[in-house]
Design a protein around this ligand. Structure first.
Ligand code: OSB
Ligand code: MG
Length: 368
């Protein structure tokens, strides 16, 4: 198929609740969306780059620039049969994985429609439902955190992940474990600690956390191996895994025992599947991370989460936790058992509502 037109747009959406991590507070999202046209089909991709280069070195403005000047021209007019052919088109451009992923994922989204199969099936998914968890940001007070956990546990979520940092860690975990001794509980430091904190972190072993996500530097997996040797609790790697080669190196080193796969962080579905496969080879479970996505990215995450080694609950939770009104129909919801049904319909299974997207678009650019 030939990519006939490529539309870029930036949408702005206020979050229903502010989201605080060790790197800052997000109150609203600026998101780059991609729409492709080919063979009479229209497909979508979402770029997960944030408003600032705090999670990774990408941000929405760099993604916009690199898409417009380098990536989109390479995709436009290209004849491709499959999403897995896209990385080769972008090979000359180093990095900018989130920008690349938005385009590649849109091609998979298109190909699913063209082949008349669900995106899950096209990606190699085998699950009918996916287990889901929630990521709960740092709250103004411990009482507010306890209230949030109560709400999410009552909603059925199968795993509670707490964002943490110095001053919002040991005491908080103790308080939560005291009230909920048996829930699946984890924490995510987003690189808030250093190796000098090893003893402090080892103190969390008593809380029986499922995992400690990215405790050390965003670009490190060598010292994570040093730390992992000192912990009973599994380390889960997020920021530092940018490719299947990183995954193999990290697992050979023993840097962690669980991997969080974010399709944007690794550059698209092709590489996400490759990371999944490396983890399988090492007997390491994976789960799907979230980046405060709209329904487009969320639908793509649901399809990815249907692959066999996504055995742990992911951060792919219900749209209403993030948005007063999402941009897809039907609304993405979670069952009382804490699961999301994987759509069996053709394509991504959640239709983009054009009027809704138009109403929140602040800039757009078309190629082709
Ligand atoms: O580290 O997983 C992370 C959100 C933005 C940036 C990084 C992370 C997150 C989350 C939120 O944890 C997951 C979600 O609910 O989408
Ligand atoms: Mg994380």
């Amino acid at each position: 198929m030939k990519i006939e037109a490529l539309h870029m747009r930036e949408v702005q959406m206020p979050l229903a609740h502010p989201f605080e991590t060790s790197f800052g507070v997000t109150t609203g999202r600026r998101i780059l969306l991609i729409e492709l046209e080919a063979d009479g089909y229209r497909a979508w991709g979402e770029c997960v780059a944030g408003e600032h280069p705090y999670f990774s070195d990408e941000m929405v403005d760099t993604a916009w620039h690199i898409t417009q000047t380098e990536l989109a021209p390479r995709l436009l007019g290209a004849s491709i049969d499959h999403g897995s052919e896209v990385p080769a088109l972008f090979k000359q451009v180093r990095g900018h994985r989130m920008a690349k992923a938005a385009l590649e994922n849109a091609v998979w989204d298109l190909d699913a429609q063209r082949q008349g199969v669900s995106l899950s099936k096209l990606l190699g998914g085998t699950r009918e439902v996916i287990p889901t968890g929630v990521s709960i940001g740092i709250q103004p007070t411990p009482e507010q955190l306890m209230q949030k956990i109560e709400t999410e546990v009552a909603a059925g979520y199968q795993r509670i992940k707490l964002k943490c940092k110095h001053g919002w860690d040991t005491k908080i975990f103790a308080m939560v474990r005291d009230r909920w001794p048996d829930i699946l509980l984890s924490c995510d430091a987003n690189s808030a600690y250093a190796l000098d904190d090893a003893e402090h972190i080892a103190g969390w072993d008593e809380f029986k956390l499922l995992m400690i996500e990215q405790p050390l530097w965003y670009d490190d997996f060598y010292f994570h191996a040093t730390l992992q040797r000192r912990l009973k609790t599994a380390i889960c790697l997020d920021e530092c895994i940018r490719s299947s080669r990183d995954a193999r190196a990290a697992l050979e080193l023993g840097s962690g025992r669980i991997i969080n796969i974010k399709v944007g962080r690794v550059g698209g579905f092709t590489e996400a599947i490759a990371v999944h496969d490396v983890a399988t080879e090492f007997g390491v479970p994976v789960w799907c991370g979230g980046m405060l996505e709209t329904g487009i990215g969320r639908a793509h995450n649901i399809a990815l989460s249907s692959l066999p080694n996504f055995t742990l609950p992911g951060d792919v939770s219900a749209a209403k936790r993030y948005w007063a009104e999402d941009i897809v129909d039907p609304e993405i919801t979670v069952s009382p058992a804490g699961t999301i049904m994987v759509p069996t319909k053709v394509g991504r299974g959640f239709e983009v509502v054009p009027e809704r997207v138009d109403s929140i678009t602040v800039r757009s650019h078309t190629l082709g």
